[in-house]
Ligand binder design. Structure first.
Ligand code: GLA
Length: 387
């Protein structure tokens, strides 16, 4: 039985009703890392790995959730939404935001399952949050637009789950468009879709299968370091609001000698924004080779200047770099584990996969998972209902 049929059957069995089915995808980001919370640019896309939710409304205030893959349940009430420090917080956090905004909702039945590998940095949490918000909007006929929904997801993650993440993951998952990347300006939230014309080239994720415990604390530290850089520069340039307004010349003049660590963090962000703009121009000119070189540049910056990579990710990029048919590779997402993203010629894919698996094992003693992904639409209703 496929995943949707399993989910439907399990929902019908538990709740004696037919569910509404929602698909909410994970994301990749081609370039532009740690730029979202600095009001910069990102270039993400939704992928063909997703969370699937079977949902129905309730007339009372009860909440009944089933995490199908974990074989775990949560039962509670809309009148008492408190963090549990479990997976349920991604759902509860969104419900709490809907309550805060006074949207007219009552209880929820939800069974969910997914194909996004957990802890791989492909944003399964944003996908789940978006899925729940999208479900509430559909079930209770609220008429909210996608931007409102994804902002509610981000607030759920920031305020209820307690992770101070930027907007990229929710945006990509909710706004994704098949075969397109999203060029998003995280300051204004203006965005454009750029067609991904990469004939004969696959987007390949190599999962390091590690998640270092540093991830949350170092993420917050990086944010604070960037903010410190902005505050420092504001004494010379009162008009700047974020690193988006900063140039390398400003950094070189005021920070390089006095605050070398803050300088490196800020310089990485300023350069990464420029790499993204150059990358978009390269893609428009159908120059994937130049785009790939910018990906390597991004990885260098993340590893040496921003210092959010780790040995395993550096090894994966290094192995890829020396393989025929690889145009570019870099770590992706927050860092300290998760996946690398690689652009690989289809005719080299098999050799690439074999080589990465063997070499990664030889150099780290660990297994890697390889995922070839397609770019898909954002969060949406799944039409087929299997009875
Ligand atoms: C995580 C966060 C995003 C973004 C990336 C780094 O995925 O959730 O908001 O900051 O890290 O680019």
């Amino acid at each position: 039985m496929d995943l949707i049929s399993q989910l439907t059957t399990s929902f019908q069995h538990l709740f004696h009703a037919d569910p509404l089915l929602i698909c909410s995808p994970g994301r990749v980001n081609l370039i532009g890392e740690h730029t979202d919370y600095n009001e910069g640019f990102v270039l993400p896309a939704a992928i063909d790995k997703a969370i699937y939710l079977a949902v129905s409304p309730r007339t009372d205030h009860e909440l009944h959730f089933v995490a199908h893959d974990l074989n775990k349940t949560y039962t509670g009430s809309l009148s008492n939404l408190q963090p549990t420090n479990t997976w349920a917080d991604y759902l509860l956090g969104v419900l709490a935001q809907f309550r805060l905004a006074d949207y007219p909702i009552s209880g929820l039945n939800c069974v969910f399952s997914g194909t996004i590998p957990m802890g791989s940095g492909l944003s399964s949490s944003a996908a789940l949050e978006n899925g729940v918000g999208f479900a509430l909007n559909e079930l209770y006929g609220l008429g909210l637009d996608r931007i409102t929904l994804l902002k509610l997801s981000q607030r759920a993650e920031n305020d209820f789950v307690g992770a101070k993440v930027g907007i990229m993951d929710m945006f990509a998952s909710m706004m994704g468009k098949a075969d397109h990347v999203i060029k998003l300006d995280c300051r204004s939230l203006e965005y454009t879709y750029a067609p991904l014309r990469m004939e004969g080239i696959s987007i390949v994720l190599c999962d390091s299968r590690v998640k270092h415990s540093l991830v949350a604390s170092e993420y917050n530290t990086r944010r604070a370091e960037c903010e410190a850089g902005v505050r420092f520069l504001q004494t010379f340039y009162p008009d700047i609001k974020s690193l988006r307004d900063v140039t390398m010349a400003m950094l070189d003049e005021h920070l390089r000698d006095t605050e070398p660590l803050i300088y490196r963090r800020c310089a990485y962000v300023v350069q990464e924004n420029q790499r993204l703009l150059d990358g978009v121009a390269a893609l428009e000119a159908n120059d994937v080779a130049s785009f790939g070189q910018l990906m390597y540049g991004s990885h260098e910056g993340l590893s040496h200047w921003y210092e959010v990579s780790c040995t395993e990710l550096d090894i994966l990029v290094d192995i890829a770099r020396h393989q025929p048919g690889v145009l570019g590779a870099r770590m992706m997402g927050g860092g300290f584990g998760g996946c690398t993203i690689n652009l690989v010629r289809e005719d080299s894919l098999e050799a690439f996969t074999d080589h990465i698996i063997k070499q990664y094992k030889a150099q780290t003693g660990k297994d890697t998972y390889i995922h070839v992904c397609k770019i898909q639409d954002g969060t949406h209703v799944v039409n087929e209902l299997v009875s």
